[in-house]
Design a protein around this ligand. Structure first.
Ligand SMILES: NC(=O)c1ccc[n+]([C@@H]2O[C@H](COP(=O)([O-])OP(=O)(O)OC[C@H]3O[C@@H](n4cnc5c(N)ncnc54)[C@H](OP(=O)(O)O)[C@@H]3O)[C@@H](O)[C@H]2O)c1
Length: 293
């Protein structure tokens, strides 16, 4: 919904959110910069009743409205301004969860930013706060702050490093782990081909080498062609009744420290299939082995 994925109409966006809700999804991730507030507004309007009833959790993000995007900007007054705009967009007095949106690494070494988030929490503007990180090291630093309740991180069969140390540390501190880019921007669905073309304003067109933002956000940092080869190999080793997207989502969810996984989709059919992965069988040893090789 306006987060560098090409054009998505309002009707498509609403249909995707409704499909998710109807499939039992109760955690939604957005950000103040997605479509410059459009995503928050659509999520807030579509889920208004569920939000009022406390039946869903909506996570948003703050920080990327800073221009220039520098550590100094992560100050209390700016964060309050961003949070107030998100409250208005989402129609929520108290935001469920606000995540610093991949801030510069310096921010993790500035307790004042985390004190500011605690102040916003005390004021009732937010119920809890966390961070969305680019690097494992940032996640490890962030969870040293006792008020940080969640870390959003890229974790999927192509990007396994968080499993080494980060997940254990997060579990030990009872920090929620939200896994993003679980399908490596679509690579891990098997639906992309070598001659796939992406719209001009789709990050898979303009950020393959990290030209616009961290390369990890696009195909999980894996070169496109090499990723397609790996997906072909993986698919051959999976049983026929294990579709690739389900495999990728299950691989993530099978880690006990993972709290939730947030596949992005504008296609109701994909949304329903992804939601069903929650109830699918855990991976077999042979399937896990395929991912580790
Ligand atoms: N810095 C940050 O904090 C940050 C950065 C990036 C993402 N995020 C969050 O993470 C979420 C997920 O990441 P992402 O959207 O970048 O990547 P992703 O979930 O890895 O991949 C999304 C892509 O996979 C396709 N897809 C999804 N389910 C499918 C299925 N079952 N079969 C075939 N294709 C399928 C989608 O196409 P269709 O639309 O056709 O389904 C879309 O092209 C985002 O929505 C956002 O909330 C946060």
């Amino acid at each position: 919904m306006g987060g560098d994925w090409g054009e998505v109409t309002e009707a498509e966006a609403v249909a995707a959110v409704e499909a998710a809700r109807n499939a039992g999804i109760d955690f939604f991730d957005t950000a103040d910069v997605y479509g410059d507030g459009r995503s928050e507004r659509i999520v807030g309007e579509t889920l208004a009743e569920d939000i009022a009833a406390g039946d869903v959790t909506v996570a948003t993000k703050a920080g990327r409205r800073l221009d220039p995007h520098e550590a100094d900007g992560y100050a209390e007054a700016n964060l309050r301004r961003f949070v107030d705009r998100s409250r208005e967009n989402l129609g929520m007095d108290t935001l469920d969860l606000v995540q610093l949106h991949c801030p510069p690494t310096d921010v993790y070494y500035r307790p004042a930013t985390f004190d500011a988030l605690a102040t916003l929490e005390d004021e009732g503007r937010i119920a809890s706060y966390g961070v969305s990180v680019e690097r494992v090291e940032e996640g490890l630093k962030a969870i040293e702050y006792p008020g940080v309740e969640t870390v959003q991180i890229i974790f999927n069969p192509f990007r396994q490093r968080p499993a080494e140390l980060f997940l254990d540390e997060a579990a030990a501190r009872d920090v929620g782990v939200i896994c993003r880019v679980p399908l490596a921007s679509g690579l891990l669905t098997g639906a992309l081909s070598r001659d796939a073309e992406f719209p001009e304003d789709d990050h898979r067109n303009f950020n393959r080498e990290g030209e616009a933002f961290d390369v990890g956000e696009t195909f999980a940092g894996v070169p496109f062609e090499a990723g397609l080869d790996a997906v072909d190999e993986l698919d051959e080793r999976l049983p026929d009744d294990r579709p690739l997207p389900e495999f990728a989502l299950r691989w993530i969810l099978d880690h006990d420290a993972v709290s939730t996984v947030i596949p992005g989709s504008t296609t109701p059919e994909h949304v329903r299939a992804n939601a069903a992965a929650s109830d699918a069988e855990p991976l077999s040893d042979a399937e896990r082995e395929a991912a580790s090789e």
